[in-house]
Design a protein. Sequence first.
Length: 534
Amino acid sequence: GYIKRWWKEAVVYQVYPRSFYDSNGDGIGDLRGIIEKLDHIKGLGVDVIWLSPHFDSPNADNGYDIRDYRKVGPEFGTMQDFDNLLAAIKTRGMKLIIDLVVNHTSDEHQWFVESRSSRDDPKRDYYIWSDHKPNDWTSIFGGPAWTQGPDGDWYLHLFDPKQPDLNWDNREVREEVYDLMRFWLDKGIDGFRMDVIPFISKDKAFPNLPESLSAKPQYVYANGPKVHDYLHEMNREVLSHYNVMTVGEAFGVTLEDTPKLIDEHRQELDMIFQFAAVEVDRGPDGRWKPWSLPEFKAVFTRQDQALDHHCWPTFFLSNHDNPRIVSRFGDDTPQWREKSAMLLATLILTMKGTPFIYQGDEMGLTNRNFTDIDQFNDLWTKNAWKEEVASGRWTPEDFFANQNKVSRDHARMPLPWTAEGGFTTGKPWFALNPNHETINAESGRAIYDHYARLVALRHAEPALVYGDYADMAPDHPQVFAFNRALGETAFLIALNFSGQPAACDLPDTAPCVGNYMDASKDLRPWEARIYRTK
Ligand code: ISL
Ligand code: CA
């Protein structure tokens, strides 16, 4: 069986600070705002908060471009506010993990300012420079991954030009990273979510992208020659000295390669985020495509079969890079929004793997209907508009239809705490979803309570954490029915992923948790039931 670890038993809640709650009326969510709303998080029963970047940043990519790793972004507050937040989290018996974004920095980070200042600057080698454009690599956000600096040399950025990639082959760079990790660990944080961590090692021969992967270069970038050496070194020098959890964002990592990052014998990372489930509705070019329940379910069986008891999975359906789960995997029409939000909560909290809940999913928030490029904030969407629409490759109609499915901005709108909005007394940095009058934390109370009930059940039942997983009806087009079994205990979870009634072979006993009050034989639309079968 599995070795018991606190982070295997934990439920994690992600806070995107800019959009969580604004305490001072400047329109930007902040650390004091998180403190004010901590009981909302605690009330769900979650164990760990993952805080998206709270560091000083020019915000080209909303904080994923860090200017100073040891400074709190002034819009978020001060270091004192951070210390108070951490203390308030601990007082409530929760833990805090923060975002470690060290594949790249901001181009405004002092290291890069020095590095680009001249070819023989002592920090030149902190980044990846070349006197010619070495290859055809492209940025994940579009366009070439190489940009010329002031002296004509080219630097590598796998994301925006304002996010130059650090040179991990330089021992001093690694020491700097380990030091800043210790800085935060010594404050008492409980671990890191590591941004695109598999990208840190680069093949300095810089071969061109193979044609087959030109639209998915992440599968090249995640396969640098020394990624495992560096993660093992980081573990030995830093992580192994603390009782913390790590979760790597494994963008570009195949299922076959997953154990190399998380097998406990290897001492690299504790967990990773696998992308297969959230890529089920994406075509080869990243464009939205319809998905089917059987292909969605197959992701989890494949994952379960690929990982042995020395590898621990995560389970997530959303984060700040993904659309809202109700609109994507549920049904966001008024009739079924609440039921399908509860059904998705049931899935998230009964599956195998440490569950990650994204802020607002417990309110049943939905995507918005964007109709104008000026309504977006995300630089990726804005780049795509320039590249695809201005060049005539896509019509504006196609562009909006696709963005309304895939945009990262769906998840980044400020949280609607009340029908009036309730996020800020000022002007929000980014408009709230216009549907906040009906869809907000107050109207979503039943969904919130359902999350809390499920978190409590997971905490009470080791079978829901450590139990074996088996899909009972992999081909059923409407129903996701699976077993979680451990020793003498077993649960059957039955979820109707459709707006139609579904026939399915179910126990005669009453479910221990469900999202309909009364009994019925068949599953009703978006009905979710948990049965204790043993
Ligand atoms: O957003 C994505 C798909 O929905 C991904 O392509 C994303 O760019 C990739 O997962 C890396 O994401 C992380 O690093 C980026 C940052 O923009 C994302 O917000 C972050 O989660 C660069 O730091
Ligand atoms: Ca503020």
